[in-house]
Design a protein around this ligand. Structure first.
Ligand SMILES: Cc1cc2nc3c(=O)[nH]c(=O)nc-3n(C[C@H](O)[C@H](O)[C@H](O)COP(=O)(O)OP(=O)(O)OC[C@H]3O[C@@H](n4cnc5c(N)ncnc54)[C@H](O)[C@@H]3O)c2cc1C
Length: 436
């Protein structure tokens, strides 16, 4: 069970090796997924001396388990509170797509980047509501009723000039073009923000600035991310298909079904659910037959807008976070990285306030916040009454076995562990004892 993108992973030439007990670095980016790489690239462009510290292999995390639609049309604008915010967010996404294309052209990155129509499909009320909201945002949005799509008849919201690419080849292109160092196989286990120190099992890294781009931030208390986000899991397959789809498709429904073409076949994704709360053990067979099948999870915010920027104004001025892409990390990595690079260089950025990690959440999403809080409390309590090995090493919630992926998933913050207790997805920084 492996993602189509894993076959594009390769060793990187300029990986830095260090055995020193204490290493002093200027700017550290923790996490070598698309967010960390974009951030390192942009910070280096601003004159920072950047080093990425990655727990395993660069790009081996969620970025190699994506479906890589590069789109502003995400089918969820109706859930973003506030008309102004929706419009600004849309503008950021359009700018992100253009920014990615510019990088592809500037550095001549061979990553199958193709502009294509973006289509949000569905039937009934959710699509009507989404269209009502979208047409106030952009006059380029079109509604087509009862359109024949390769997978059924649906009403469609269409927007031209969206895109798709190969995320791994894109990121390798950025690594090649960027002026930053990478340290692999180095998991940060302890963070001391006051002393500006990161610790692994046997090494210490001192820094001037740090960016956490680890998916779910590995800092528990500061920023209270443990309660401000949850993880949602999705499943995907790639199958040979004689018929090209010609566009990228996202469902307006909560199952999040998506369809796109790639050099290797058609990629279908979906069956989104809160991590640890799967309703079925047959998501893969429901997706059909395909040589490549994979599943992963991503961080979801309650207002649908990522967290990117300075962690706190006091005590942690030189600490930055990027997280909460809500399954749209391709474009949002670009925008979030730009926000952080501009903040570090004290430049203006139109989206800084919108993405601010310390923003007060709009009252409309407070019920979601409280519901999430209750679910976390329930799972933490369940953890207290279960055997040690079934507790997530992150905060102690009770792990749930996912028969689809044969992994143990944490219903609170989405850590994913193998049966042997090894980490597949953070935020846990510690492996577990053997679970099965
Ligand atoms: C099935 C699926 C489909 C998706 N489809 C799309 C799509 O079509 N379009 C789109 O825009 N987005 C999509 N997304 C979302 C997108 O893939 C993610 O938002 C994005 O890849 C996240 O990138 P990242 O760099 O934040 O995380 P990652 O790629 O997971 O990178 C984080 C890195 O941090 C490292 N790390 C973690 N903890 C530590 C530590 N303690 N020390 C050092 N390193 C650490 C990890 O090893 C990892 O390499 C999808 C997500 C999923 C799950």
């Amino acid at each position: 069970m492996e993602s189509i993108w894993k076959k594009y992973l390769k060793p990187i030439d300029n990986v830095k090796k260090t055995d020193a007990k204490v290493t002093k670095l200027d700017c550290i980016v923790v996490g070598g997924g698309i967010a960390g790489i974009m951030c390192a690239y942009m910070l280096a462009k601003e004159g920072q001396k950047v080093t990425i510290i990655e727990a395993a292999q660069v790009l081996g995390g969620v970025t190699s388990n994506t479906t890589a639609h590069v789109t502003s049309l995400q089918g969820r604008y109706r859930d973003i509170p506030g008309a102004k915010r929706r419009k600004l967010f849309f503008q950021s996404q359009q700018q992100g797509i253009d920014g990615i294309e510019e990088l592809v052209n500037k550095h001549k990155i061979d990553c199958d980047f193709q502009r294509t129509d973006g289509i949000v499909f569905g039937n009934g009320k959710p699509l009507k509501k989404e269209f009502k909201v979208m047409k106030k945002i952009s006059s380029d949005i079109r509604l087509e009723k009862n359109k024949k799509l390769p997978f059924g008849d649906f009403d469609c919201i269409t927007l031209n000039m969206q895109a798709r690419f190969n995320p791994i080849n894109f990121c390798y292109g950025i690594i090649k073009a960027g002026n930053f160092d990478i340290i692999e196989n180095c998991r940060i286990k302890k963070v001391c923000l006051m002393k500006k120190r990161l610790e692994t099992e046997n090494m210490i890294f001192k820094y001037n600035k740090v960016v956490f781009a680890t998916g779910f931030p590995i800092i528990n208390i500061r920023g209270i991310y443990a309660f401000k986000m949850y993880k949602s899991s999705s499943y995907a397959i790639c199958k040979n298909n004689s018929q090209q789809l010609g566009a990228i498709y996202n469902s307006v429904e909560s199952d999040g079904m998506t369809y796109r073409d790639s050099e290797d076949g058609v990629i279908i994704g979906g069956f989104d659910h809160r991590t640890g709360r799967h309703k079925c053990s047959k998501y893969f067979s429901k997706l059909g037959d395909g040589k490549f099948k994979w599943a992963a999870n991503d961080c979801m915010t309650f207002d649908g807008i990522p967290y990117a920027g300075r962690l706190l104004r006091v005590f942690a001025r030189d600490t930055y976070v990027i997280s909460g892409f809500s399954k749209y990390g391709m474009v949002n990595s670009f925008i979030s990285a730009k926000i952080i690079a501009d903040t570090v260089s004290r430049k203006k950025n139109l989206y800084k306030r919108l993405f601010k990690p310390t923003r007060v959440l709009n009252v409309k999403v407070w019920p979601l916040f409280f519901l999430n809080f209750l679910l976390d409390a329930k799972n933490l309590t369940a953890g207290l009454f279960s055997s040690g090995k079934r507790r997530c090493p992150h905060m102690g919630c009770r792990l749930k076995f996912n028969p689809n992926t044969k992994t143990f998933d944490c219903p609170c913050h989405g850590s994913r562990l193998t049966k042997k207790g090894d980490i597949i997805i953070s935020p846990t920084v510690d492996a577990n004892e053997k679970l099965l």
